[in-house]
Each structure stands twice: as structure tokens, then as C-alpha cells.
Design a protein around this ligand. Structure first.
Ligand SMILES: [Zn+2]
Length: 336
């Protein structure tokens, strides 16, 4: 099976993925609590704009605006019967943005179909059965594939069962499948999975790429990336970290990382061995351009953990160095 991400990694050494979706739409009129995925049909010009800005900033890969476009999540907005329509539109918009950019630059971007969590707990803790989850994810994956994505991209997951269900659904399309976990809870995912456990699991279920995204800040993201690497699962590793540590101001989450911080983070991610490097919440096209510049102008270096900690700040400063869980700070669950 052809895998355009691996082809690019072989050629260039790394692949730059894009930045945030939701948080970049806030400045364009998206209201807090409104699902950005609906903009694929309601404000398609805004979705095209954001894809275009990331491609111009140097992204090799863009994610479709379909993160929450599964039936259980859309049900919160009474749109559960629009899964097919929204995901197909998301993929087609990304395809159109890539076509336009290729026409002007000759650079052909890769399209990854974003699939986020259902937001529901699996049985016996919750109501969702494994089979129901596979069926929900299949509906989304099939529509993304029909709309023309190159890869399916499962992200911001916290439970192994949900990754397995989404991957099972995604694989039936025949496309390559990537999946990233969010390690936001004292070095583990919210459901208790460590990066080491996840690396073994990703290999076991036959993912094509794996890694981590979102969570706390770039230092914590790098902490999980280093642990994923040391597990030696033999899969390409994705690092898609937030733009700084989330800060709660007046009940809202804000990200204040500078382009310089994100450029440092991108270099350390590559030094650590990540081959797909991008930004998560708060990462604007401006941040991404700084990351691309840094990667293009600085040769890969051996990872220097001490200087990384100096540049990005200490990872998990409230936890003991052993990584024993102690109910550390929690990041947001929704990639934006
Ligand atoms: Zn995020």
C-alpha cells in the first residue's frame, strides 16, 4: 500500500503536519461551544482559508476539519444524521485547498482525515459497545475516504479500546492509518495508558504511524515522545504538541506559546526521532512557519535533554521524576 507520509519521510527526513483547527476559527467568528466541523458546510471559505494558510506556511500535511464529526458527538448538536455529508465535505475542501496550492507552488500536500473520540465511555464503564464504536467510526472513515483523503488520522484518544475501534474502521478503507494518544494526566492518557504501553499496542493492532498530540505543553509532549521512541515499536512517530501550556482565563482556555517556542519544540521533536511534526491547540500558521524555518535551517542534532528542558521548560514539574502518577494537572480533551 502506498503511504505518502512514509514516502516523504524517506525523501526529506521528516514531514510537517499543520497546526490547530478550532482555535484558529475563533478569530474568524466561531463561537465557543459551536462545532467547527459544521463550518465545512456552513462556512467552507473559512475552512479553505485555514488549509491554504497552513500550506503556505510550509505544512506538508493538513488535517481535515472533521475531528468531532462522528455521530455521538454530532448528536450534541442534533446533527448525528449528517456524518456522511460533513466528512465528505471536509475531505473535499482539503482536496480543493491542496489542488489550489499545488497549482501555484507545485507542492502537493498530503491530506489526513481527522477522527477524534466519540466522547463516550466504553462498556462496562459507559454505554458504548465496541461494535457500536466501530460502526460510528466506519461511517466517518468511509465518508472521508470517499471525499479523497490520503491517510486516516485518529487523534486525541485516551482509551486503547477506542483507538482499536477507530483503527478497525479506518483500515477497511484500505488507506494508511495513523493514531495519536493524548498523554495529559500525570504522564499517562486520561484512561491510564502510558506511552510505553501505547507503543506496544500500536504495533499489535497494525497502525502505520503512531504518536501523541495535545495534552499539556510542548515539554510534556516531548516527554511522551521520548518514551514512545524508547519503546522501539518500529513505527514512524508523530509529535503534535500544543502551543504552550493551556491557561484558564475567565473560564476559557488560552494558548500563549510564541513562534520561537514552537520552533524550538519542532527541532527537539526531530532530535528525539519524531518524523511527523506539527502543532495542536493554539498553533497558528505563523507558529507553523517558524517551525518550518527552524527545521529547514537547522541540521538534526543528537537529543540534548538538558538544553531541551531549558528551552521548553521542565516536563511535569509537579510530578516526581519517577513518573509515578499523583493526579497531575489535566489538559483539555478536545483538540482544537
Ligand atoms: Zn490540542
Amino acid at each position: 500500500m502506498s503511504n505518502p507520509i512514509n514516502d516523504l519521510i524517506r525523501k526529506k527526513g521528516w514531514c510537517v503536519a499543520d497546526g490547530a483547527t478550532g482555535s484558529n476559527f475563533f478569530g474568524r467568528g466561531l463561537e465557543a461551544g459551536y462545532p467547527p466541523e459544521l463550518w465545512c458546510v456552513e462556512r467552507p471559505e473559512e475552512v479553505l482559508w485555514l488549509h491554504g494558510e497552513f500550506l503556505k506556511a510550509g505544512a506538508d500535511l493538513i488535517l481535515t476539519n472533521s475531528f468531532g464529526a462522528n455521530a455521538p458527538r454530532l448528536k450534541l448538536h442534533k446533527s448525528q444524521d449528517r456524518v456522511q455529508e460533513i466528512n465528505k465535505a471536509a475531505a473535499e475542501l482539503a482536496r480543493e485547498a491542496v489542488r489550489r496550492f499545488a497549482d501555484s507552488s507545485g507542492h502537493e500536500g498530503i491530506i489526513a482525515g481527522s477522527m477524534g473520540p466519540t466522547g463516550e465511555l466504553f462498556a462496562p464503564m459507559g454505554d458504548l459497545s465496541y461494535e457500536q464504536a466501530v460502526s460510528c467510526f466506519s461511517e466517518q472513515a468511509d465518508a472521508l475516504a470517499e471525499g479523497g483523503v490520503d491517510v486516516l488520522w485518529i487523534e486525541t484518544m485516551s482509551a486503547k479500546e477506542e483507538v482499536a475501534a477507530a483503527a478497525e474502521a479506518a483500515k477497511t478503507t484500505g488507506l494508511p492509518v495513523a493514531a495519536t494518544l493524548t498523554f495529559d494526566t500525570a504522564r499517562r492518557s486520561m484512561m491510564g495508558v502510558t506511552p510505553t504501553e501505547y507503543a506496544a499496542f500500536a504495533r499489535e493492532i497494525g497502525l502505520d504511524l503512531m504518536g501523541s498530540n495535545c495534552g499539556i505543553g510542548p515539554a510534556e509532549l516531548m516527554d511522551s515522545t521520548v518514551e514512545l521512541m524508547s519503546a522501539e515499536a518500529g513505527l514512524p512517530i508523530i509529535a503534535k504538541g500544543n502551543c504552550g501550556i493551556p491557561q484558564y482565563i475567565d473560564g476559557e482556555i488560552h494558548f500563549h506559546g510564541s513562534p520561537e517556542l514552537m520552533a524550538e519544540y519542532a527541532l527537539y521533536a526531530r532530535d528525539a526521532g519524531a518524523t511527523v511534526i506539527g502543532g495542536c491547540c493554539g498553533t497558528t500558521p505563523e507558529h507553523l512557519a517558524a517551525m518550518v524555518d527552524a527545521l529547514n535551517s537547522t541540521p538534526p542534532r543528537p537529543l540534548d535533554s538538558k538544553s531541551m528542558s531549558g528551552a521548553l521548560g521542565p516536563a511535569w514539574p509537579d510530578l516526581p521524576a519517577s513518573g509515578a502518577p499523583s493526579g497531575g494537572r489535566r489538559g483539555r480533551r478536545r483538540a482544537a
